[in-house]
Every structure is written in structure tokens, then in C-alpha cells.
Design a binder for this molecule. Structure first.
Ligand code: TYD
Ligand code: MG
Length: 482
């Protein structure tokens, strides 16, 4: 019998300690270390000579042609890299209640309707509950095989018995990995030990049977509900389903993908009838202005011609600058990196002489999207300038470009796709970095070398900055004048 010993495992990253401690040295999180019974270690004395000799091949080895199964939801397929690869394991993470079960139920129904055997195992909801939801979504006729179970042993036996005997593609959904337990491990469901062991078995099943396995995992943004992080290393593909609460838009994002590109996104909108695909997301993220020029331009808004993976996406960036009564003015950011905002403000201050020191600054990305690419810098700067000057940005204009600490506007990738998307949605001008050599019919390029030149597009900004400087505390000095 292997000796079981107590150990302390970080519920966030799975690091193991012999003694309890408050902070995990490996991932830096606090209060996530819990006592667990360690899984028996690998037995010692594994000697050479007993294994089967491996067949090594050259790098030119090709797999037998991989036929990807389409889910029938094109947004989903794109994020997967063009469909489901047989024998792959996919983790779908996201906040509780964001719509993971809904997404997978809809995808399962579509897959099953195409004649691929589909098994859906829920550890959270009863079969009747899921049936009711399926009925409401108009999916009740799809030949999905549904079961409700928590014991890994039962689940494995059930799946083995219901997989097609002659092999071939199949899809298995486990909702969620945190509710499944292996009865040979003492810890409670949802602990790192359990999640790791159950995932391992299910992934092994995927490789053995050539079925594609979806594992659902609840993960909050701050990592409060743990476990699935350790699964990320084990699976082939990690997708995150995200969206701001209160917004109806949901974004499926590939974080890791052994069979496709990461940074690819799929956009959905949550409606009464479940998730519907959004094939033209630009129109959706343009704030109130569905198409350029339809709505009276307002101050404090600039449209970013952004990219998400291979896909161009126009997003409205909104800023509000107001005099602050506080000694340390407020900086509030939704949908962008607050460190990056601090940098753009500092560059506007130091390199262009525009003071935001006495002002509260609020920044928001419309529609609940999270923008990560540096090309957003220029659009953010434009929104800030427009808010400060209280004058709208130039009409029918998009912005993109990275801002360097020296106050230069630096080139970014895929300019042509960005411009084409802008032209498609009726924009006529693009404020962008110099020297990109991308020309698109119908779009006038305003090429910038330094951030100064952007300030010239907002003539009232300098005056407003000087006014704010006089009203604020004396410590703000008299920037503005150059
Ligand atoms: P769910 O898929 O159960 O979330 P998860 O599995 O990620 O925990 O989604 C639950 C939320 O979705 C719930 O708050 C209600 C909403 N919803 C709709 O708005 N419309 C629908 O048709 C469905 C099925 C759910
Ligand atoms: Mg669920």
C-alpha cells in the first residue's frame, strides 16, 4: 500500500507545500493553500527493459488526415481553429452564470443533429432541468444523450458503454469538472487533487476513444474559484467565455490552442432564446453609433480600429475628464489596462504639455469588450483629448497606433485589415502611424509621427488644459505653454 501523507496544495496553481503558509510562493495568491491528502507518489524502481521500445520518426511524419467536426456555430468553430479535432480535450472556463452550459448545450444539439454521437453529462443540473432549458431553446428534438452524474467511475463506465462501438468521431461534454469526484481520492470535489485526477482520466478517455471532450470549469477573473488553472496545462485547448455582467455580449476567447491560433474570438449575444452568434461585431461595439455618422458626434469618444486575432473589430472608446475635488484624482478604467492609461496620461503630460493632474479620468470600452492590444493607445489618447477639449473627434474617423514613452506614434500590424473594416462601416478617415504603406479606397489616411500632431486635431484641448491648471491646486504648475 502506498503511504498517504498530508500536504498543503495551492488551490490556484497546484503548488505543493509541506507546511501551511498564507501566500503561495509559486503564484503569489493569498489564502488559497489548503490541506489535502497527497496522491500516492509514482512507485520507485521503474527499471529499463520492461517498456515497449518506441518507434521514432522524422519531422516529416504526417498524421492521418484529421477531419475536424464542425459544431455548426461558425463563431465557435473559428475559435476552435476550424472545428473540433478528434481526440482533443477542451477546457471552457468562465464566471459562474456567464452562459457556459447554454453554449455547450446549443453546440451539442447542433453537433448531434449532424449525426455525430454526443454525450452530455451534467454534475450540476438534473436531467429534467436541462430538458426544460433545451425545450425553451427549441433544441429538444436534437439526439443528444443526456445524463446527470457526479461519480467519475459511473461517468467513465457510462461513456464507454454509449460510445459508438466501431469508433469514429464523438463529442462528450462534462459540465462541470468541479462537480465530478473520483472515489479513490479523499479530498472533496473541486479541490486541485480531484480536479486534476478527474481531468486526467477524461483526457485519457479522449485520446483512447478519439472523442472530443469538453470540460467546463468555473473560473472567476480574480481566480477565486480555483482548480481549472491546473487543468489548463493538461488539455489541448483552453477557451474562456467572458463578458461584463449586465451586458448581453459574450466573448469566447482562445487562450491556448494546440490546433489553431490563439487570440481568436467568437462573439455571441445572450438573448431570451439562448446565445445567438454575432457575425458583425463591429456594429455592436460602436456605442450608440451603429454606423459612422448616423449619430451626432459627442465629445469624449473615439473609434478604435482594432484587431482581435485575425479579425478586425471597431470599438468605441469613451472618456470623461472632469475637475476633481480629490487630492489624488480618480482614474477609473473599464475594459482596458489601468497601467496603460497612466502611461498615456503621462506621455500627454510630459511630451505634449497637457495636464490631467487636477482631473478625474474615466475610461470605458463600449459594449463590455476588453481591449488588450497596444494599438488602442492612439484611440485612448484621442478620446481623452476630445473629453478634455469638450469637442467631438473628427467625424467618421478611426484611430489606431501605439504610443511610445518618447511621445512617438509607433506602427502596428495588420493596418490594411483595420482600414478595410473601417471603410466597410462607412468611415472616411483614419488617424494612424506613419509609414504603414496601406492604402484602402475611400479612407483618407492622416499619418502621425509624434503624438503632438494628434493634439493639433483638437484645437481646444490646450486651452482647456490651461484652464484646468489654473483652477486646480498650485502644485500643477503651468504646463500647457510650450
Ligand atoms: P448558464 O449557461 O447556466 O451559465 P454557466 O453554465 O456559465 O454557469 O447561463 C445562465 C445565465 O444565462 C442565466 O443567468 C440566464 C441566462 N440565460 C438567458 O439569458 N437566456 C437563455 O436562453 C438561457 C438559457 C440563459
Ligand atoms: Mg452551468
Amino acid at each position: 500500500m502506498a503511504k498517504h501523507s498530508e500536504s498543503f496544495v495551492c488551490q490556484d496553481c497546484g503548488a505543493v507545500y509541506r507546511k501551511w503558509q498564507g501566500r503561495c510562493d509559486a503564484c503569489g495568491s493569498w489564502n488559497h493553500i489548503q490541506e489535502e491528502t497527497a496522491a500516492p507518489a509514482v512507485p520507485k524502481g521503474l527499471s529499463a527493459g520492461k517498456g515497449k521500445a518506441l518507434n521514432f520518426t522524422g519531422l516529416n511524419a504526417r498524421p492521418e488526415s484529421v477531419a475536424r467536426a464542425q459544431t455548426g456555430m461558425s463563431e465557435f468553430d473559428r475559435v476552435l481553429g476550424g472545428g473540433l479535432v478528434p481526440g482533443s480535450a477542451i477546457l471552457i472556463g468562465g464566471d459562474p452564470g456567464i452562459g457556459k452550459s447554454t453554449l455547450l448545450l446549443q453546440a451539442s444539439a447542433q453537433i448531434a443533429r449532424r449525426g455525430i454521437p454526443t454525450l452530455y453529462v451534467s454534475g450540476e443540473e438534473a436531467v429534467g432541468q436541462i430538458g426544460m432549458r433545451a425545450q425553451r431553446l427549441g433544441l429538444a428534438d436534437a439526439p443528444v444523450q443526456l445524463a446527470s452524474a457526479n461519480s467519475l467511475r459511473d461517468i467513465l463506465a457510462g461513456i464507454e458503454a454509449n460510445l459508438p462501438k466501431q469508433g469514429g468521431p464523438a463529442v462528450i461534454v462534462i459540465d462541470s469538472i468541479q462537480t465530478i469526484f473520483a472515489d479513490n481520492i479523499e479530498s472533496a470535489p473541486g479541490t486541485v487533487n480531484q480536479v486534476r485526477a478527474c481531468s486526467q482520466e477524461l483526457i485519457r478517455l479522449a485520446k483512447r476513444s478519439q472523442a472530443s471532450v469538453f470540460l467546463v470549469g468555473h473560473v472567476t477573473k480574480d481566480g477565486q474559484i480555483a482548480g481549472p488553472r491546473v487543468v489548463e496545462h493538461m488539455v489541448d485547448t483552453v477557451l474562456y467565455f467572458e463578458g461584463e455582467r449586465g451586458h448581453q455580449f459574450r466573448i469566447l476567447r482562445a487562450v491556448k490552442n494546440r490546433f489553431g491560433a490563439t487570440d481568436e474570438i467568437g462573439v455571441f449575444s445572450m438573448t431570451d432564446g439562448g446565445l445567438s452568434e454575432v457575425s458583425n461585431p463591429s456594429a455592436l461595439f460602436l456605442g450608440g453609433a451603429e454606423e459612422a455618422g448616423k449619430v451626432t458626434p459627442m465629445s469624449g469618444a473615439a473609434v478604435l480600429a482594432g484587431m482581435e486575432g485575425t479579425r478586425p473589430l471597431l470599438v468605441e472608446i469613451q472618456a470623461l475628464v472632469s475637475p476633481s475635488p480629490l487630492a489624488t484624482p480618480r482614474r477609473t478604467v473599464v475594459g482596458w489596462d489601468s497601467g496603460r492609461l497612466a502611461m498615456v496620461l503621462a506621455v500627454l503630460d510630459t511630451r505634449c504639455g497637457l495636464r490631467f493632474a487636477g482631473c478625474d479620468v474615466y475610461l470605458n470600452v463600449a459594449g463590455g469588450l476588453r481591449v488588450v492590444e497596444p494599438a488602442a493607445d492612439l484611440a485612448v489618447a484621442a478620446a481623452l483629448l476630445s473629453a478634455l477639449a469638450d469637442s467631438p473627434a473628427p467625424e467618421r474617423t478611426v484611430f489606431f497606433g501605439e504610443i511610445s514613452l518618447a511621445g512617438e506614434v509607433r506602427p502596428v500590424s495588420q493596418a490594411e485589415s483595420r482600414l478595410k473594416e473601417a471603410a466597410k462601416l462607412g468611415f472616411q478617415q483614419a488617424v494612424m502611424p506613419n509609414g504603414l504603406k496601406s492604402k484602402v479606397k475611400g479612407i483618407k489616411a492622416i499619418e502621425l509621427i509624434r503624438l503632438h500632431e494628434l493634439v493639433e486635431l483638437f484645437p481646444q484641448a490646450r486651452q482647456a488644459s490651461r484652464r484646468a491648471g489654473r483652477q486646480g491646486s498650485g502644485s500643477q504648475g503651468d504646463w500647457g505653454e510650450e
